[in-house]
Design a protein around this ligand. Structure first.
Ligand code: SF4
Length: 166
């Protein structure tokens, strides 16, 4: 999408250095991001296939008004095919723009855990993991050891509605 503004009440802008994803859990069934790619195919020439957009990495540097920025509303930053170096570049931009607050939400808590020790988590990140059932809830408890100031769980029940925002 060319517009960065959003109707999501808990954020001001979206920033999508990657788009596209693969479904990994029941909560992906009615993926909002996938639906948008189908509704606006001209905006997403690769459809819902995971795509890196390095040309978008510096966008937040040009946004001078302090904002809450939802990172990857159209993807999942911790998808297995997003290289560690690319995630580090995203974090570098976040470090460089302390006047913004970044909201990162992932369903890939296992990869997040695997990479945690290799990432320098910025202070201006709210990091969220989607939780769909008790088993997942228990598996993310160990994230308390991730060195990030703001960590939250998103409890999802999305079987019959568009949902996800990952
Ligand atoms: S809900 Fe999130 S993890 Fe699932 S397919 Fe959509 S973007 Fe990917």
């Amino acid at each position: 999408m060319s517009s960065t503004h959003t109707g999501i009440e808990w954020t001001d802008k979206t920033w999508n250095p990657t788009t596209g994803c693969d479904k990994i859990s029941p909560g992906c069934l009615h993926c909002y991001a996938e639906a948008l790619t189908q509704r606006f195919p001209k905006n997403f020439p690769n459809g819902f296939a995971l795509s890196l957009h390095p040309e978008r990495l510096e966008e937040p540097l040009r946004w001078r008004t302090p904002s809450r920025i939802f990172v990857n509303s159209m993807s999942d930053l911790f998808h297995k095919d997003v290289p560690l170096d690319f995630i580090r570049q995203v974090f570098s931009v976040i470090h460089s723009t302390p006047w913004h607050v970044y909201q990162i939400l992932t369903k890939r808590h296992e990869r997040l855990g695997d990479l945690a020790s290799k990432l320098d988590f910025p202070e201006n990140v709210w990091l969220g993991v989607s939780v769909e059932n008790q088993k997942m809830f228990l598996s993310v408890v160990f994230y308390q050891q991730i060195d990030v100031l703001q960590f939250f769980l998103e409890i999802q029940d999305c079987q019959e509605q568009f949902c996800s925002f990952c």
